[in-house]
Design a protein around this ligand. Structure first.
Ligand code: ATP
Ligand code: MG
Length: 561
């Protein structure tokens, strides 16, 4: 991932350029991506990944991957492993790998130092009492009865917390800042809490765990991060981030910079809610192709470059905005168009017999793999007397301006001939089972012989005897039916799910060459969209093709109709 890293300007870059000009941080740029390993990465995280790794690349700096694993109850190695894989798949490699849990000893020492400076105390208030004592935006808070206990007492109690002499929630360590501060985050925030839970890395060694605000800034500092980039909701936490570093007089002081989160229409980007979809089996796991996770998008066939493009195009700002899902799909189409080989596939087949074409004849038509890229070569597509076309490409009583097949009408078969429909055969229930047509031999490869009027409609087809059928095609639609899921019914976003987000096509006819399609290869099925061979579900006996995206944005029309 180097050629396309030349990116447009944004306010974070401008800060870095200025810092470099002033030779701040010894002219170094060190960023980090700091996920909490409590879920899989989603497209919102991709924005932060692209930003942090992209800046390091652009300014010849470094970017670290640090797991902010200070909440043992929700974290797991499964998530650690998946996050690493997803970052690599997105095209990035961290310079160092860290875990906040590796700093537990150091963080404990910092907390002791705060106590010794008279800047932290052990507090016996319950969580509920603490909320009451905290005050409001218009009312100052009330001091904890333990606020003025002696340094010795606090040291003793903090050690007792560590040693397990208190029950969970019985004591916390708090910073002594200002119970009347207009910023509520500065009203004696909690630094350590007691939680008897097994941590995915430190096991049962600790029963006290540092709070995010305390651990995060100090971890940044321990890694010599120069620019600590986070999302806007941390803006009000910045004074606290700075306070810890200032009072501990740390050797370096990373600069926290906040930017707006990426939001996307027709989906949700909250790990908690995504986990709910997985646990309640509304989707088929974190990597379900309808999920906005990196895994899901990968399985659906979105190229990593398309996700990087989207992140670049939406830019980095301080203003919250919501990106239209269609913009993401446009990036995906653009990326796939240039490199996807063209193939023909019929997903809803109807049989066509070309009555004047010899029974024992098969032609191998030479077809280009890509209309604009001759380097992608040619392939042979068999043509014979019996073929399949899409049911939707025939109308018994054609609507005005319908240019596809109808009784007595002509249509061109892509790469092959013009055919005319002579007869419609139906079963007892009236369902069409076969179309009888004749072909015009002198129309091969797009030719229009003299005397024939130009045929407007071109349709795709697949020869019957040689069709590849050991496969299934999955058509996906948006996971949610509304632009902002849950916005009308604050309590249950799941009520906004699109009930038709997955359609499985089992009676499909594909060009025979697709029998050899490798796992994770992608194609454009002409007129139908881009398709990707699913790596989870495909077997030797049966290939599963996921539709990555249709050729056009049909959703906008449908949803506004
Ligand atoms: P969630 O709220 O879904 O649990 P999170 O913000 O808690 O997400 P983290 O693991 O803390 O998830 O995120 C790692 C990094 O990714 C953080 O720096 C966070 O700010 C950033 N990030 C998370 N969501 C988005 C988003 N939608 N857009 C941009 N950056 C994001
Ligand atoms: Mg977070």
């Amino acid at each position: 991932m180097t050629e396309e890293t030349k990116t447009s300007s944004n306010f974070v870059k401008n800060i870095i350029i200025k810092d470099l000009a002033e030779h701040k941080n010894n002219g170094q740029v060190i960023t980090r991506f700091p996920p909490e390993p409590n879920g899989y990465l989603h497209i919102g995280h991709a924005k932060s990944v692209c930003l942090n790794f992209g800046l390091a690349e652009e300014f010849d700096g470094r970017c670290y991957l640090r797991f902010d694993d200070t909440n043992p109850t929700k974290e797991d190695v499964e998530y650690v492993d998946s996050i690493k894989e997803d970052i690599n798949w997105l095209g990035f490699q961290w310079d160092n790998l860290y875990f906040a849990s590796d700093y537990y000893d150091k963080l404990y020492e910092f907390a002791v130092e705060l106590i010794k400076k008279g800047l932290a105390y052990v507090c016996p208030l319950t969580a509920e009492q603490m909320r009451e004592y905290r005050g409001t935006l218009t009312e100052p808070g009330i001091n904890s009865p333990a606020r003025d206990s002696s340094v010795e007492e606090n040291l003793r109690f903090f050690e007792a917390m560590k040693n397990g002499d208190f029950a969970d929630g019985e004591r916390v360590l708090r910073a002594k800042i200002d119970m009347a501060a207009p910023n509520l985050n500065l009203r004696d925030p909690v630094i350590y809490r007691i939680r008897r839970a097994t941590h995915h890395r430190t096991g049962d060694r600790w029963i006290i765990y540092p709070m995010y605000d305390f651990a995060h800034g100090l971890s940044d500092m321990l890694e010599n991060i120069t620019h600590s980039i986070c999302t806007l909701e941390f803006e009000a936490h910045r004074p606290l981030y700075d306070w810890y570093l200032d009072v501990l007089n740390t050797p370096c002081h990373p600069q926290q910079i906040e930017f707006a989160r990426l939001n996307l229409t027709y989906t949700i980007l909250s790990k908690r809610k995504l986990l709910e979809l997985v646990q309640d089996k509304h989707v088929d796991g974190w990597d379900d192709p309808r999920m906005p996770t990196i895994r899901g998008m990968r399985r659906r066939g979105y190229p990593a470059a398309a996700i990087r493009d989207l992140c670049e195009r939406v830019g980095v700002t301080k203003k919250d905005s919501c990106i239209d899902f269609a913009s993401l799909e446009a990036c995906v189409r653009e990326n796939l168009d240039a490199s996807a080989a063209r193939r023909m596939a019929v997903l809803d087949p109807i049989k066509v017999v070309i009555t004047n074409y010899p029974e024992d004849k098969t032609e191998e038509l030479e077809c280009a793999n890509h209309p604009k890229n001759p380097e992608m070569g040619m392939r042979k597509v068999p043509f014979a007397r019996k073929i399949f076309i899409e049911r939707a490409d025939f109308m018994e009583e054609p609507a005005p301006k319908y240019h596809r097949l109808a009784p007595g009408k002509n249509v061109r078969l892509r790469y092959a001939y013009v055919i005319t429909c002579d007869e419609v055969i139906k079963d007892a229930s009236g369902e069409i089972t076969e179309l009888r047509c004749h072909y015009h031999e002198d129309t091969k490869h797009g030719k229009t012989p003299e005397g024939m009027s130009k045929v407007k409609g071109i349709i795709h087809w697949v020869a019957s005897a040689t069709a590849f059928t050991n496969c299934e095609v999955r058509l996906y639609d948006r996971l949610f039916a509304v632009e902002f899921p849950g916005s009308d019914r604050m309590c249950d976003f799941k009520l906004d799910m699109n009930p038709d987000s997955l359609e499985i096509k089992t009676n499909v006819k594909l060009e025979p060459i697709l029998a050899g399609a490798p796992i994770e290869s992608y194609y454009q099925f002409e007129r139908l969209g881009y398709f990707f061979v699913d790596h989870e579900l495909s077997t030797k006996e049966k290939l599963i093709f996921n539709r990555t995206v249709s050729l056009r944005d049909t959703w906008r029309k449908i949803s506004k109709a």
